[in-house]
Design a protein around this ligand. Structure first.
Ligand SMILES: *[C@@H]1O[C@H](CO)[C@@H](O)[C@H](O)[C@H]1NC(C)=O
Length: 287
């Protein structure tokens, strides 16, 4: 058992290659900057270990933004009162729960029934249709959120940073009764439906493939340049825009504020970059 874990760690550590940082930063065609995260709170080795092994298709989808969509949109500017903290999933492969709770938190705010940030821990500990810190399926997570729902972060804060998962609690941390919030209907959207939904109702659950170079993303509009596909990851879609002539999607990650643009990142729009345009998930809110 010990040897197995050790072998896994060595494999994971080996997938962060510092030479990628140099070569991205020297690439004059690159639309983003890389950095070496060694010595920060962000650990590429932990992230790699907890990625979903599913690899998403990357065939271009001939996507064009709807003509009615504004050229840029950022939920953080449109609804500053509902900006969520940047979390750190750390040693827990619970990205699916961070993306689901994050999307519902802000959608409840926009719908007029803000309940504060909702609890990814509730999903991690209680959603038996998914695999806690070892991954989850976006559609099943939305279904759980519709049927059972989730409580607030203040009731059940994130406690699985080590990867250890407590059993589903029957009371809030302080002993009060658990109150849960649900999707009215679940959503599965194609990329050409996403901007309208994001603009009118709020963020969505997005996923994409993680390549080795993404682990050293620091700023700018990410496009895959180097390294292997390591698996897939879920994040929260918050908006879109254009930087230096390159259109992008804006997303919130759960790899701590030390990573990326203070926890956020941009990825190229319109070419199904790293599979990001393959499907978006979420739900509707009735207060
Ligand atoms: C206990 O936690 C709940 C959920 O966060 C909160 O609504 C309630 O006010 C807290 N109760 C006390 C006595 O602190």
């Amino acid at each position: 058992m010990f040897l197995f874990i050790l072998a896994n760690l060595i494999h994971a550590a080996a997938s962060f290659d510092p030479s990628i940082v140099d070569s991205v930063n020297k690439n004059r065609r690159a639309t983003w900057k890389a950095r070496d995260y060694r010595g920060t709170r962000f650990s590429p080795a932990k992230v790699v270990k907890s990625l979903d092994k599913t690899i998403l298709p990357e065939d271009p989808l001939d996507f064009m933004a709807p003509l009615s969509a504004p050229s840029s949109y950022d939920i953080r500017e449109a609804y500053p009162d509902y900006v969520l903290p940047i979390y750190d999933q750390d040693d827990c492969g619970g990205c699916w729960a961070f993306a689901t709770s994050g999307s519902m938190s802000i959608r409840r705010g926009i719908a007029g029934c803000w309940s504060g940030p909702l609890s990814m821990q509730d999903l991690i500990s209680c959603d038996i249709t998914n695999s806690a810190c070892r991954g989850g399926n976006p559609a099943r997570a939305q279904l759980w959120a519709k049927n059972k729902g989730m409580t607030t972060y203040s009731c059940l804060p994130f406690v699985s940073a080590s990867g250890r998962v407590p059993t589903c609690p029957t009371k809030c941390r302080n002993g009060s009764e658990i109150e849960r919030f649900k999707w009215d209907k679940t959503l599965t959207l194609r990329v050409d439906q996403v901007q309208e939904s994001l603009f009118n109702e709020g963020p969505l659950y997005a996923r994409f493939n993680i390549y080795e170079d993404f682990l050293s993303y620091s700023s700018g509009v990410y496009q895959h340049l180097e390294g292997d596909n390591l698996g897939s990851h879920a994040v929260i879609l918050l908006g879109w825009g254009e930087e230096n002539g390159v259109k992008y999607w804006l997303l919130q990650n759960s790899w701590s504020e030390d990573w990326g643009e203070q926890g956020y990142f941009k990825i190229k729009m319109g070419t199904n970059e790293a599979g990001i345009e393959g499907g978006f998930y979420g739900g509707t809110v009735v207060c």
